[in-house]
Design a protein around this ligand. Structure first.
Ligand code: 5AD
Ligand code: SF4
Length: 480
């Protein structure tokens, strides 16, 4: 089946709630078990929380071991190539489970918007029951019902959608931090990036829906909110520029005013956002970050490349100097500002000299954290059609040079923390050592320390940093 015609969002969600009840009815005798594997970014994690919300309302419980899974969901990402290998590896495993106990296998997310991928799944993994895309996530209950009732394989993918769906149930992973999507899609078409093709055009959620969601999260006790979108600082820009009507709520009509409104919500202590685009970093946003106490002073500002020539062919719409000037302006206006970034090495045409430009920016800005990626060709993007592709070994060489610089900077930067007192939001017991707790600083550094979980969880606690370990800091609770 191809994607069916669309209903108005409100009606569509009402319809889906009926399907949730229908599947719940089927599952009423014995709660079946489900698993979910999420690949990719925070946006995908947020989508998975919505999928889990729907699944649990339909009467499923999370499986505790592989053998008992009745419904296996994979939420895919396609930003880089390695996710494909991972998906096909996982499908190999699930085939055995399908043969053994008839597990329903459902795959959704960004990769399912790519035709060559769905074709491959249908040809090579015919046991997959349900394929759904990024624009049909809200129809999961109906799709699952049809698979259960009609025992048919189903594909429900729409190429594009301009709608925003509200009111889906959500099952959040953490009780301390929550992410809130503020916009979907992207209009930037950076030439390496597949996102605009799989997530569609930019569309913002209504201010009221976002504010009510954050107020509700505050009531539930959440302390940290991360605002999500492919291009958060152009929130409501498409609507403003094209005179598309939207309702202002509590004065919110832009990203800066949204930060200001959320800053006023009682109970929320920290606000983060990912990812902004340097070209949309207007002065009002800088001022809002500086003035809003709860907005963390770590800003993630994707650089992608330091060479103006490469930035131009990446279609990033800023030069090396623009980026450095923006950073300087932000440093002047926002006390205690720290920065993190994304960098791609090995984009077509990248020479030694271009790499040097990237290293130069890294040296000058002194990022708190750098997420480093090797360029990966994505079918259908302009980057993939460029002729001057870089050989893999050169890409790796460039990557290693960047990594060396970044690691030496991080370890130098970490030294600055030792001896200081940091405000840490306590998230829970540390994964690797059950006797210690873990939390994060305003600058998003992981801090490990000893303490009583029941007393400290979900609180902002003063911690004295005693040592640094590259990817985390160790500290002690400051009493009094
Ligand atoms: N190859 C490598 N990295 C990529 N990213 C996006 N597309 C690609 C690609 N084709 C990186 C960018 C982006 C981050 C989420 O992923 O740095 O900011
Ligand atoms: Fe991709 Fe660029 Fe849009 Fe980010 S801004 S999602 S990198 S096209």
């Amino acid at each position: 089946m191809k994607g069916k015609a669309k209903l108005e969002p409100k009606k569509e969600i009402e319809e889906q709630k009926k399907y949730i009840e229908k599947v719940e009815e089927i599952n009423k005798k014995e709660a079946p078990k489900y698993s979910i594997l999420t690949m990719g970014c925070q946006q995908n994690e947020n989508d998975s929380e919505k999928i889990c919300g729907m699944i649990e309302q339909m009467g499923y419980e999370k499986a505790t071991n592989q053998e008992e899974i009745d419904l296996a969901v994979i939420n895919t990402c396609c930003v880089r190539e390695n996710a494909e290998d991972r998906l096909f590896g996982k499908l190999g495993e699930l085939k055995k489970l399908k043969e053994k106990r008839g597990t329903i296998v459902a795959i959704g997310g960004c990769m399912m918007q790519e035709k060559h991928i769905t074709k491959k799944i249908k040809e090579s993994y015919p046991f997959v029951d349900l394929i759904f895309g990024t624009h049909t996530l809200h129809r999961f209950p109906e799709d699952l019902f049809k698979v259960l009732e009609e025992k048919n394989k189903l594909t429900d993918i729409l190429d594009i959608d301009g709608k925003v769906y509200e009111g889906l149930p959500i099952k959040r992973e953490s009780k301390v931090k929550a992410s809130v999507t503020i916009m979907n899609g992207c209009n930037n078409f950076c030439s390496y990036c597949i996102v605009p093709y799989v997530r569609g055009r930019e569309r913002s959620r209504a201010p009221k829906d976002i504010i009510l969601e954050v107020e509700d999260l505050a009531k539930q006790g959440y302390k940290e909110i991360t605002l999500l979108g492919q291009n958060v600082n152009s929130y409501l820009r498409v609507e403003r520029e094209n005179n598309i009507p939207f309702e202002e709520y509590q004065g919110v009509h832009s990203f800066a005013t949204l930060l200001e409104a959320i800053n006023k919500i009682e109970g929320i202590e920290r606000i983060r956002f990912v990812s902004p685009h340097p070209k949309d970093f207007t002065d009002d946003v800088i001022e809002a970050i500086a003035n809003c106490k709860k907005v963390c002073k770590l800003v993630h500002l994707p650089l992608q490349a330091g060479s103006t020539k490469i930035l131009k062919s990446m279609n990033r719409k800023y030069t090396k100097e623009d980026y450095l000037n923006l950073v300087q302006k932000m440093k002047n206006k926002i006390p205690n500002l720290t920065l993190s970034t994304d960098i791609i090495v090995g984009f077509p045409g990248e020479t030694e000299e271009d790499l040097e430009e990237t290293l130069d920016v890294v040296k000058k800005v002194k990022f708190e954290q750098v997420y480093m990626f090797i360029y990966s060709r994505r079918v259908g993007t302009p980057g993939d059609k460029m002729e001057n592709q870089i050989p893999e070994e050169i890409k790796h060489k460039h990557f290693n040079r960047l990594k060396e610089l970044v690691e030496s900077q991080i370890s130098e930067n970490n030294q600055k923390y030792v001896g200081t007192i940091q405000e840490v939001l306590v998230e829970g017991v540390s994964k690797n050592n059950k006797n210690t707790l873990t939390g994060r600083t305003d600058s998003n550094k992981v801090v490990i320390f000893e303490g009583n979980i029941n007393e400290l969880i979900n609180k902002v606690v003063k911690i004295k940093i005693v040592s640094e370990h590259m990817w985390y800091l160790k500290g002690e609770v400051v009493n009094g």
